[in-house]
Design a protein around this ligand. Structure first.
Ligand code: PBG
Length: 335
C-alpha cells in the first residue's frame, strides 16, 4: 500500500494550527458601516425590509456612531433622507441639509471615526433617479417600459455642489454612487479648487444595475418613480467593462475603487484585484443583508457563521474594505 507523503489535513487538526496557516484576515478594521440620517429629533425608525437597520435623526445617529466606534469599526458611510424632494434634488447640497448636519455632529462628538458620505441625487429627486432628467413621460394609465435618459453633464454640476458641501461640513471622504460619466474628475476638480485636495474619493466605479438594491430603496426612500437605472448602471452580463470603468475613474483621480453588489460579483472583485494596485472596496448591499437576515430569522441559516463566511469571501477575492450592514454584528460577535 502506498501512502501520500504530504497530508495537508494535519494542519487543520486544531484551531491553533488553523490560525497559523490562515491565508485571509478579517477584522473590524476592514469594515464600513452604512448609516441613514433623517429629519427630526429622537427618531429611530426601523426599516421594514432590513431588520436591525434604522433611519435615525441626527441626535440618534451620533449615539449610533459612538457605539460603532466603540466596537472598533473605523468608518461609517452616510446616506440622507431629506425633508423635501424636488426635480433637481436641491436639498442634497444645502449647507443645513441632513447629511451635512449629521457629518458635523458626528465629527464633533466622535472625532476619531472616519465619516464617508454617499454623493448621489436619487434620495433627493422627486423622481428617484440619480441625476437630472429632461422631458420624461409621466406614467399615465399603463406604464410604458421606457429608457430613462439622465442629463449626464448637467448632473455633474450638481454632484460637485453636493461633494463640496459634504467636505465643508467636515466629511473625511466622499463616495459618488451615481454612475454619471466624468463625475470623479468633476468632484476632484471642485474639491481641489476649494482647498479640499486632501479629501479622498471612493468611487462606486463598478456598480451594476441590480435587483439586490431593493431593500435600500425602502431605507433611503429612493425607488425610481418610473423606468429603472439601466441606462446609467452597469449590465450584470458584463465583466470586461468593469476594467474600463475602473481605468476611467483612476484617470480622473479616484483613490479607492468599489464593486457593488458584493457576493454576486466576486469574480469582478478578484479580476480588479489582479489588474489594479489601489485599494479596493466591495459593497455587500441591502438585498444581500436581507437575504441572510430573513433566512436566519426563520432558523434556516446560522447567522454568525454565514456572515463571517460571506465577509471572508470578499477578503479572499481581494477586497481591502467591505461596506456591510453586518459590520456591527460582526464586531460585536468578536468582542
Ligand atoms: C444610490 C445608491 C444605491 C445604493 C447605494 N447608493 C441604490 C441604487 O443605486 O438604487 C444601494 C445600497 C444597498 O442596496 O445597500 N445612490
Amino acid at each position: 500500500m502506498m501512502f501520500p507523503e504530504y497530508r495537508p489535513r494535519r494542519l487543520r487538526r486544531s484551531e491553533a494550527l488553523r490560525a497559523m496557516v490562515r491565508e485571509t484576515e478579517l477584522s473590524p478594521d476592514h469594515l464600513i458601516y452604512p448609516l441613514f440620517a433623517c429629519p427630526g429629533r429622537g427618531v429611530r425608525e426601523p426599516i421594514g425590509s432590513m431588520p436591525g437597520i434604522f433611519q435615525s435623526s441626527v441626535d440618534q445617529i451620533v449615539e449610533e456612531a459612538a457605539r460603532v466606534s466603540d466596537l472598533g469599526i473605523r468608518a461609517v458611510l452616510l446616506f440622507g433622507i431629506p425633508e423635501k424632494k424636488d426635480e433637481q434634488g436641491s436639498h442634497a447640497w444645502l449647507p443645513s441639509g441632513i447629511v451635512q448636519q449629521a457629518v458635523e455632529a458626528i465629527k464633533k462628538q466622535v472625532p476619531g471615526l472616519v465619516v464617508i458620505t454617499d454623493v448621489c441625487m436619487c434620495e433627493y429627486t422627486s423622481h428617484g433617479h440619480c441625476g437630472i432628467i429632461h422631458g420624461h413621460r409621466k406614467g399615465k394609465g399603463i406604464e410604458q417600459p421606457l429608457d430613462v435618459q439622465v442629463d449626464n453633464d448637467a448632473t455633474l454640476e450638481m454632484l460637485q455642489k453636493v461633494a463640496l458641501s459634504h467636505a465643508r461640513a467636515g466629511a473625511d471622504m466622499v463616495a459618488p454612487s451615481d454612475m454619471m460619466d466624468g463625475r470623479v474628475g468633476a468632484i476632484r476638480e471642485i474639491l481641489d479648487e476649494n482647498g479640499f485636495d486632501h479629501i479622498p474619493i471612493m468611487s462606486y466605479a463598478v456598480k451594476y444595475a441590480s435587483g439586490f438594491y431593493g431593500p435600500f430603496r425602502d431605507a433611503a426612500e429612493c425607488a425610481p418613480q418610473f423606468g429603472d437605472r439601466r441606462t446609467y448602471q452597469m449590465d450584470p452580463a458584463n465583466s470586461r467593462e468593469a476594467i474600463r470603468e475602473t481605468m476611467l475613474d483612476l484617470e480622473e483621480g479616484a483613490d479607492i475603487i468599489m464593486v457593488k453588489p458584493g457576493m454576486p460579483y466576486l469574480d469582478i472583485v478578484q479580476m480588479l484585484r489582479q489588474e489594479f494596485n489601489l485599494p479596493l472596496a466591495v459593497y455587500q448591499v441591502s438585498g444581500e443583508y436581507s437575504m441572510i437576515k430573513a433566512a436566519a430569522m426563520n432558523g434556516w441559516l446560522d447567522e454568525e457563521s454565514v456572515v463571517r463566511e460571506s465577509l471572508l469571501s470578499f477578503r479572499r477575492a481581494g477586497a481591502d474594505l467591505i461596506i456591510t450592514y453586518f459590520a456591527k454584528d460582526f464586531a460585536k460577535a468578536l468582542s
